[in-house]
Design a protein around this ligand. Structure first.
Ligand SMILES: Nc1ncnc2c1ncn2[C@@H]1O[C@H](COP(=O)(O)OP(=O)(O)OP(=O)(O)O)[C@@H](O)[C@H]1O
Length: 261
């Protein structure tokens, strides 16, 4: 792929001698919706953790827009243009929906600590801009009318949307969604499909998702990568991946394999 947005080369990750990612090469293009799939324990979330600076691979290279991310702290990775949501929703407790989303924008805050403490006009102006942008993000995901509610009291599907809004508030180039459909009902899944499409089409953000709902993956993805036991075993269009014998073998015996095959 020429000029990819995200490019991983030779990424190796192990814990106490157990290989989790084995020489992984992986790219995500610009303006795409892509998926990373694979059986349980394949290393998908670990790969997200490496990209976002939560895990430190032993070797390899991870670049976004040509900038090396290896050894950067998570907030620096966010500043470089990568945002994520988590497998299990992680919202700040005792904070409103709006405050949760504003926390995403603060990674790009320019006002220094002194002006923040003193409440200087520059800081107040920036805070107002952060608030306005957070509201825009909540409007985009369709839950602005719940902005003043305690985030963790929302219905589960809406909590997932708060997480997505918070990720959007960081103004990413690439959004990583870790099992965004988990725990959603059929109607909510359809809504999520539409939201992901709008994120790419209207905000020009590339999306990479880890998802076990293979029906959804096949419907929405333009490109799919398949990880098995830490090894990238296949990639291609949904049709190509579905017909790949290595993928069929990896999924045999898996509950969620039936949908894929
Ligand atoms: N911090 C850690 N310490 C030790 N082992 C870890 C750590 N994080 C992940 N692993 C191991 O790495 C392997 C891959 O786990 P990972 O969660 O990345 O898989 P996954 O493909 O996301 O699985 P699932 O689809 O079930 O969520 C597992 O064997 C897991 O136990």
């Amino acid at each position: 792929m020429s000029n990819p947005l995200l490019e991983l080369a030779g990424v190796n990750l192990s814990f106490a001698g157990n290989t989790v990612l084995d020489n992984v090469d992986f790219t995500v293009g610009r303006g795409v919706i892509a998926s990373l799939i694979g059986p349980n324990g394949a290393g998908k979330t670990s790969l997200f953790n490496c990209i976002t600076g939560f895990y430190k691979p032993q070797s390899g290279s991870i670049k976004v827009d040509g900038h090396e991310l290896m050894n950067l702290k998570p907030h620096k990775v966010t500043q470089a243009g990568i945002a994520r949501t988590f497998q299990n929703v992680r919202l700040f407790q005792q904070m409103t929906v709006l405050e949760n989303v504003m926390s995403g924008s603060h990674c790009r805050s320019k006002a220094g600590a002194v002006s923040a403490i003193l409440g200087l006009p520059s800081q107040r102006r920036e805070e107002a801009m952060i608030r306005a942008h957070a509201i825009e993000c909540l409007e985009f995901v369709g839950i602005a009318d719940e902005m003043d509610r305690d985030a963790t009291n929302l219905a589960y599907g809406h909590q997932r949307r708060v997480e997505i809004a918070r990720a959007l508030a960081t103004r990413p180039k690439l959004l990583l969604l870790d099992e965004p459909a988990a725990g959603l009902n059929a109607g909510e899944k359809q809504g999520l499909l539409e939201l992901i499409g709008r994120i790419r089409d209207e905000l020009d953000i590339s999306v990479l998702l880890i998802e076990h709902d293979t029906g959804m993956v096949m419907k929405i993805s333009e490109h799919i990568n398949v990880l098995d036991h830490g090894v990238m075993i296949a990639e291609g269009t949904p049709k190509q991946v579905q017909a790949n014998p290595k993928v069929i073998e990896a999924y045999l015996g898996q509950e969620d394999g039936e949908d894929l095959l």
